[in-house]
Design a protein around this ligand. Structure first.
Ligand code: ARG
Length: 405
């Protein structure tokens, strides 16, 4: 039986109720751990200190806030860019990337405070429980895992009542319309009217991609070995670069996704996302790869990319395959250095130019003008041999001779 539990704390209704519920139902001490992954800006404008205070008011013996923004950006979004990571070809893994970084901090804090269990507030229907639990068991198999929201059977109204009974101070007053998960890499919006996949998402689901900018703008994104390092020549740490792109590109209304996706637990769900920076960086990075990657490695990499995204989506960040794929991707990126010109206009963002000191685009080979260096005389024989096999086959089908003239 656990005596002290580290709880992944968001400051919201569910995890605040979870503090008290764990105390009452498991007789444990609760250490609340809130991890700042860039979601604060949208958490109702609340600062981390009041979130900490709420955890203590709910009964936590200790409440800690950990700043993991740089870590999320450098160690999770970075590799995701190298892997051109999108689940089912669309979703840039916003929530999926954040869970392993939260897990590492939950485990660290469990060690620090001598806890023997870790708890999270996920329900039984989603992917996040999978990511938390597989991650925790991989890093710290000795820690027990508790998932109160999976067993307590409380509705939202029950939770509000429970919080009132225990004097847990809450900011929630108005009806909550959507279930939201946010970090630097973007925002996931679920539930409410968008649970019907036929319903168009109402404008009020969007906060990061409200269209306010009207004048087109061009940005130059600099990459080094596949990682974004600058905007318009100004070097930026990745977390700031992502935040800046969210702000600039988001203002053009770019970065929205509306999809039906396959959860790991067998449910199809309708998902709405806003991820302006992620989609822009993926767009620009892919484009720079087109310019700088040799054909075979490019094509082989493209075959492996969906596997990486599936692993991360499925909660297998801490796995040997993910590590090995990352090593392959990192090796492939040695030449992915250069700049990509991106043009933002209301409702869209697209690549309009790219350049690289190590690009494989050879103007002499590509041009049709007088500076052409391509050996035209080589083409006729190459093409004849290239098609020889199918030419022979075709002749046989027609009952003709195998050998070509
Ligand atoms: N469907 C997405 C995923 O599995 C988003 C999950 C959002 N999480 C949440 N707790 N609202 O990655």
């Amino acid at each position: 039986m656990a005596r002290r539990v580290v709880l992944a704390y968001s400051g919201g209704l569910d995890t605040s109720v979870a503090v008290r519920w764990l105390m009452e139902n498991h007789g444990v001490e609760v250490v609340a751990v809130a991890v700042d992954i860039g979601q604060a800006a949208d958490a109702g404008g609340e600062d981390w200190e009041s979130i900490r205070a709420r955890a203590l008011a709910a009964g936590a013996v200790e409440a800690v806030v950990v700043d993991a923004r740089d870590e999320l950006a450098e160690e999770f979004c970075g590799p995701a860019i190298l892997a051109n990571a999108t689940y089912e070809g669309k979703y840039p893994l916003v929530s999926a990337l954040s869970r392993p970084v939260i897990v590492t901090h939950l485990v660290d804090q469990a060690r620090r405070f001598g806890a023997d269990a870790v708890a999270h507030g996920c329900t039984g229907k989603g992917n996040d429980q999978v990511r938390f639990e597989v991650g925790i068991r991989t890093l710290a198999p000795d820690l027990e895992v508790l998932a109160p929201a999976r067993v307590w059977g409380l509705t939202r109204e029950d939770c509000i009542e429970y919080a009132a009974r225990w004097n847990i101070p809450l900011t929630v007053t108005k009806e909550k319309l959507y279930s939201i998960d946010e970090n630097l890499w973007g925002k996931a919006i679920e539930c409410g009217v968008i649970e019907d996949p036929w319903n168009a998402p109402p404008e009020d689901v969007y906060t990061l991609t409200k269209r306010t900018a009207t004048e087109p703008v061009e940005l130059v994104i600099g990459f080094e070995s596949g990682r974004p390092v600058s905007i318009d020549g100004k070097a930026l740490p990745m977390a700031s670069l992502i935040a800046e792109l969210n702000r600039v590109v988001g203002a053009y209304g770019f970065g929205r996704l509306d999809m039906v996706e396959n959860r790991r637990v067998g449910i199809k769900s309708r998902e709405t996302y806003e991820c302006p920076a992620a989609l822009t960086l993926l767009l620009a990075h892919r484009d720079l790869e087109d310019l700088t990657l040799e054909r075979d490695i490019h094509h082989e990499k493209a075959r492996l990319e969906p596997r990486w995204s599936e692993l991360v989506y499925d909660g297998l960040w801490f796995s040997p395959l993910r590590q090995a794929l990352d090593a392959f991707f990192a090796e492939s990126q040695r030449s992915v250095t250069g700049e990509v010109r991106v043009r933002c206009e209301p409702g869209q963002c697209r690549v309009v130019g790219r350049r690289s000191p190590v690009g494989l685009y050879d103007h002499g080979l590509a041009t049709y003008d007088a500076t052409d260096t391509f050996r035209h005389e080589d083409a006729a024989g190459f093409v004849r041999l290239w098609g020889l096999g199918v030419q022979t086959w075709s002749a046989r089908q027609a009952g003709g001779k195998a050998s070509a003239p």
